[in-house]
Design a protein around this ligand. Structure first.
Ligand SMILES: NC(=O)c1ccc[n+]([C@@H]2O[C@H](COP(=O)([O-])OP(=O)(O)OC[C@H]3O[C@@H](n4cnc5c(N)ncnc54)[C@H](OP(=O)(O)O)[C@@H]3O)[C@@H](O)[C@H]2O)c1
Length: 396
């Protein structure tokens, strides 16, 4: 009797395990495959974030949607979808886009989250020397508009720079795997005594990490010794960048990263990249300074709700003298009783570009976070605007 009972129980248990097992191996995208005539189609996204006022074509990886699929939006006030699957984001909110095959039975669905990020102008009047104002990224997280860059700062120099910056009121630190100083940045954060939640940390994945990005993200968290990364960027375009970006999207869902973005992507690269991913990048970090102003690129990113950040805000090492001693900039600095470096930083911020000046000198660091007690006039902004000479100081 006892034996029979045990046998029945075992069969029940085995069946339950089998059902659970089958459930877990069922591809999660099954509901996204539908049939039109004899063709199978697969919608590439299950959810997409978009800035209000922008358009995006939903990507189908198999089959052809035109003429055979009927697209519908659950909320036309938030987003409308054309016959060919082009979504126009209208206002902040969520809509579900459904593609139904004309003769097929199944439908494919994609959730569209429309945001309205205002990242093109900064609330600079809210800033104080020693405390930069913040903007809200399209991810919903706040980020200071001025920070510290750590490229070429090594070991103790890096630790000390991070400590000096945090003590001076800087709350945004930029590092990268390739700078080989993520551990020092983490050490500086701990040494400063400033609470983690007050600090915005950016790091980047390098191209040789893209193929195994999930591990690379965990490694970055370990080196920084942090529980989450505020912003992670892909350092450069590369054949595996979409794969790496998808790993970052997954890490966002897992809470390991809060916001994700790109570096060294321009208009052409963005137009190719954006349709392939689900989360719109929160920020793009590119070379920008008075001699290389990237007006069209800045405008393009802002229209997409993507914040723009300048690397080499002073032109980069080896070029800073040329910019800091420039006649126009020096004259404006003299008129305001500030340094040329401060004028350049203020210029970046007044045109809606975030800056991360690099420095290992505590006096410079303090000076760089003190750009909130003066304002450049329209005329002065125009004068610096005219210094643009399309002069790039690095190859990427
Ligand atoms: N994504 C990318 O591909 C990429 C590429 C390059 C850089 N970046 C990031 O962008 C950050 C900024 O670039 P960067 O550091 O290379 O160049 P940068 O900020 O244009 O210039 C740094 C140089 O400016 C000097 N400096 C800083 N503040 C100064 C001041 N108030 N007065 C006079 N000189 C001053 C520094 O010297 P002292 O140390 O003496 O102050 C250093 O030599 C990097 O640190 C890095 O985080 C990203």
């Amino acid at each position: 009797m006892e034996r029979k009972c045990f046998q029945q129980l075992s069969i029940l248990l085995l069946t339950a395990i089998l059902i659970a097992g089958i459930g877990s191996v069922m591809p999660s995208s099954t509901r996204q495959v539908y049939a039109a005539g004899n063709k199978k189609m697969k919608l590439n996204h299950s959810s997409v974030t978009m800035q209000a006022g922008t358009k995006r074509k939903l990507k189908i990886t198999k089959g052809k949607p035109s003429g055979t699929a009927k697209w519908r939006s659950s909320n036309k006030k938030v987003a409308v979808v054309s016959k060919k699957g082009v979504v126009t984001a209208k206002k902040k909110g969520t809509a579900v886009i459904t593609a139904k095959a004309k003769r097929g039975k199944k439908t494919a669905k994609c959730r569209i989250k429309v945001f309205k990020a205002k990242v093109s102008s900064f609330p600079l009047s809210k800033g104080k020397n020693g405390k930069a104002p913040t903007i809200t990224l399209n991810s919903g997280y706040k980020m200071p508009v001025l920070g510290l860059g750590t490229y070429s700062l090594e070991d103790e120099v890096c630790v000390n720079s991070v400590v000096a910056a945090l003590k001076a009121g800087v709350r945004k630190i930029d590092t990268a795997y390739i700078y080989d100083n993520e551990e020092s940045v983490g050490e500086g954060i701990k040494k400063s005594g400033v609470p983690r939640k007050e600090i915005f940390v950016t790091t980047k994945l390098y191209m040789d990490q893209y193929d195994n990005a999930e591990k690379a993200i965990d490694d970055a968290l370990n080196r920084l010794d942090l529980e989450y990364i505020d912003l992670m960027l892909l350092h450069h375009p590369d054949e595996n960048d979409v794969k790496a970006y998808k790993a970052m999207e997954k890490a966002v869902r897992q809470g390991k990263i809060r916001s994700i973005g790109l570096s060294n992507y321009y208009i052409k690269e963005m137009k190719e990249f954006l349709p392939k991913v689900s989360i719109t990048p929160a920020l793009v970090q590119n070379e920008i300074h008075p001699f290389y102003q990237e007006k069209k690129v800045v405008e393009y990113m802002h229209k997409q709700g993507i914040a723009v950040e300048a690397w080499y805000p002073f032109g980069g090492r080896g070029y800073t003298g040329k910019l800091l001693n420039n006649k126009t900039i020096s004259k404006i600095a003299k008129a305001h009783g500030v340094s040329s470096a401060q004028v350049i930083l203020r210029w970046h911020l007044q045109r809606g570009v975030v800056a991360i000046p690099g420095s290992s000198n505590p006096d410079h660091i303090k000076e760089n976070i003190s750009v909130f007690s003066f304002k450049l006039s329209k005329k002065e902004m125009g004068q610096i605007g005219k210094l643009d000479r399309n002069e790039k100081h690095d190859w990427y």
